[in-house]
Design a protein around this ligand. Structure first.
Ligand code: ZN
Length: 146
């Protein structure tokens, strides 16, 4: 049996080593830059919309393992979703890592981030790309965790 902690560490390592959707979308409909001054994480999230649905989403930038892994998983999670669905996922993930909600089936492997509720400093790393995604869908081009 692998416990949740091991699963979490493996997930972070995997996605940090080979992040998914780690590229620029030249034809993106919207993009937003996210910056977390506490850690130095900075990413740009690119969103391509097609009829109200996120047909493609990607990110570029640099930061710690948690921020990169979270961004990678975020792109996988919201690809194909409508904007309201994606925004609901942002809220769910935010509630999970801040300890305001329990793990939910809807978040799938993202539930591995639940332990972050005990590390408030790292919550900003994990949620950075999610804030940037939200900003992009709302026409904001920059977001900071401060
Ligand atoms: Zn960080």
């Amino acid at each position: 049996m692998i416990d949740a902690r091991e699963l979490y560490q493996e997930l972070i390592l995997d996605h940090n080593r080979s992040p998914k959707n780690f590229r620029v979308i030249e034809t993106s409909t919207a993009k937003s830059k996210g910056y977390n001054p506490l850690c130095g994480d900075h990413y740009t999230v690119y969103v391509e919309l097609d009829g109200g649905r996120i047909s493609d989403v990607s990110f570029q930038g640099a930061g710690c393992a948690i921020s990169k892994a979270s961004a990678s998983l975020m792109t996988q999670h919201v690809k194909g979703k409508t904007i309201p669905e994606a925004l609901s996922a942002v809220e769910k993930f935010q509630s999970l890592v801040t300890g305001q909600a329990e793990a939910s089936e809807a978040l799938g492997s993202l539930n591995a981030f639940e332990s972050l509720k005990n590390f408030p400093m790292r919550v900003k790393c994990a949620t950075l790309s999610w804030h940037a995604l939200k900003a992009a869908t709302q026409g904001e081009t920059e977001v900071t965790t401060e």
